[in-house]
Design a protein around this ligand. Structure first.
Ligand code: ZN
Length: 203
């Protein structure tokens, strides 16, 4: 499987969205080795001094597809979830400044937390789901899928024009504001519409 991630997909200035919406989403890939095994602690990699959490809504792809139209995208997934795109922000900033790819900052071992999956039929409207991340029992990130610049089905359509989607692939749909640093002994937990879908200890 592969993990396809979307860069900036939320803005605080929703009213200005239509004017300020960039022309294309930012895409990057994490390898399958990035998945943090379930129930395993996250170890801050030694190459970073500024390791950030980014909570994101996840979609699990259920069948092969290429050049998927947005109006048919819903038939390519049944499950929705929540996870963390761990990011070595210092490494990413250095790479960005040189115009280099982000993989070292985003695709390292354990950088993808994938929580439990929920059947999408559990929810009336996937484009109006609240989610949050708490750090040491205090909420640090709050989002709603209605604030996405590109909705889930639009992302699937866009991504599938470049990458064939396969069963088991996971789409990370981007993070809302509030990203921040983790320290050893922090405890993170993520909720989607009141369902806690993951928790992870930082080492
Ligand atoms: Zn992200």
């Amino acid at each position: 499987m592969k993990i396809i991630c979307i860069g900036r997909n939320y803005t605080d200035h929703i009213k200005e969205l239509d004017n300020e919406r960039p022309t294309e989403p930012v895409i990057f890939i994490k390898p399958d080795s990035a998945v943090l095994p379930k129930e395993q602690d996250f170890y801050i990699p030694e190459f970073s001094n500024d390791l950030h959490y980014e909570v994101e809504v996840l979609i699990k792809i259920k069948k092969v597809g290429k050049h998927i139209k947005a109006k048919f995208a819903h038939s390519y997934y049944d499950e929705i979830g929540l996870g963390i795109d761990f990011t070595a922000r210092d490494v990413q900033t250095a790479l960005k400044n040189k115009g280099l790819p982000w993989e070292k900052a985003k695709g390292f071992d354990g950088s993808a937390v994938i929580g439990n999956w929920l059947d999408k039929t559990k929810f009336k409207d996937l484009n109006n789901l609240e989610f949050s991340l708490s750090k040491n029992d205090k909420i640090v990130q709050k989002g709603n899928t209605k604030l996405m610049l590109w909705k889930i089905d639009e992302l699937i359509a866009y991504v599938s024009t470049f990458f064939m989607l396969k069963k088991g692939d996971v789409l990370f749909t981007g993070t809302p504001s509030g990203v921040g640093k983790v320290e050893p002994n922090d405890y993170l937990a993520g909720e989607l519409q009141g369902h806690q879908l993951f928790s992870v200890k930082i080492k």
